[in-house]
Design a protein around this ligand. Structure first.
Ligand SMILES: Cc1cc2nc3c(=O)[nH]c(=O)nc-3n(C[C@H](O)[C@H](O)[C@H](O)COP(=O)(O)O)c2cc1C
Length: 318
């Protein structure tokens, strides 16, 4: 069996392979996770939710907290600023199998709220939060960056392991680094050598070759941007790992994932027009008429509009 297809145990959870869809705000709702899992991703998470939003139970957050039919594991990613907040949110997490602590989000709003990547400044607080989450007896993981201003990833990783976390994802950049700065996989290697819990590597994986390379450095490969509008990448990864040959990109097959996405947001009653349009535009890249099609999608005013537009394109381009 090749490395990518090897199951991975994280706490009580068995993941069928080593390829992870990253949590992504505005992307990884229940429908998007389902299409990526059907394309081969072994694991996925609900996008980062701030504890404040969960406690206020607004309808948008409730939609985001939905899981797809037979989703396993049901994984939620949360962030917050104080141990007390994490204690308050525990009753809301009963339906999930895995809780991932976000210590990596660098958005101004999140940093101002002293959560996300801001937690990297205080390893002791991370330890207390992990211990609080472990009271649920569920599988608990954390997603970190290399540090806030300075690299303290080894200290953080060891502290997270000691606190009882079941796995760790490392996005190999500092909090202030933009995605233009290459992720430094050398540090993923060093973290892997420093802890015994599974380490998932993340940053700049956009091809089957890079996914496989990461699986040889770490226990799993997590993919974010390259999977937006491109669930077909997961198929390509598994094809490559089985055959050592590249599977050419198939626009039509990839687009059929978006058509399925549209069907699923209706099924799960999670239609969010701006999100569906944004996700849809990402499926139209590098093809003739792409920019026209993206503009058309952005002017859609209803779910039916989006659905008909995509259907029309598909029929006109057999
Ligand atoms: C649109 C978008 C939304 C994101 N939302 C989250 C999130 O909710 N939680 C999180 O841990 N990281 C989030 N990230 C960061 C990614 O999970 C990932 O760590 C980062 O993009 C690097 O991986 P990549 O090079 O494969 O894109 C987001 C990234 C993008 C592009």
């Amino acid at each position: 069996m090749n490395i990518i297809e090897k199951p991975l145990k994280i706490g009580k959870i068995k993941i069928p392979n080593r390829i992870f869809l990253a949590p992504m705000v505005d992307v990884t709702d229940a429908a998007y996770r389902e299409i990526c899992r059907s394309a081969g991703a072994g694991m996925s998470y609900i996008e980062m939710l701030n504890i404040g939003a969960i406690l206020h139970t607004n309808p948008k957050t409730q939609n985001l907290m939905k899981t797809f039919e037979n989703e396993y594991p049901k994984a939620i990613q949360i962030t917050g600023k104080s141990v007390e907040e994490f204690k308050d949110v525990l009753p809301f997490l009963k339906n999930y199998d895995l809780i991932d602590l976000n210590c990596g989000c660098p958005s101004i709003r999140t940093i101002d709220n002293e959560s996300g990547a801001s937690l990297l400044k205080d390893p002791e607080k991370i330890v207390m939060i992990i211990k609080m989450l472990k009271k649920t007896k569920k599988t608990v993981t954390a997603k970190i960056r290399l540090g806030y201003k300075n690299n303290n990833v080894l200290e953080i990783a060891k502290a997270i392991e000691k606190a009882g976390a079941d796995a760790l994802t490392v996005h190999a950049r500092l909090a202030w680094h933009s995605n233009k700065i290459p992720a430094d996989w050398e540090w993923i290697k060093r973290v892997k050598e420093s802890v015994k819990i599974p380490v998932i590597g993340n940053g700049d994986i956009d091809s089957p070759e890079k996914a496989e390379l990461m699986c040889n450095i770490a226990d799993g490969a997590m993919i974010a941007r390259a999977a937006i509008g491109n669930p077909f990448l997961f198929k390509q990864i598994f094809h490559y790992s089985k055959t050592r040959k590249d599977m050419p990109f198939n626009f039509k097959e990839n687009l059929s994932y978006f058509q399925e996405y549209l069907r699923l947001i209706k099924k799960y009653d999670i239609i969010d027009l701006p999100r569906a349009k944004y996700i849809g535009t990402n499926f139209f890249r590098n093809i003739k008429g792409a920019s026209q099609m993206r503009q058309k999608l952005m002017t859609c005013r209803s779910y039916e509009d989006i659905s008909d537009t995509v259907e029309g394109f598909s029929k006109a381009n057999p």
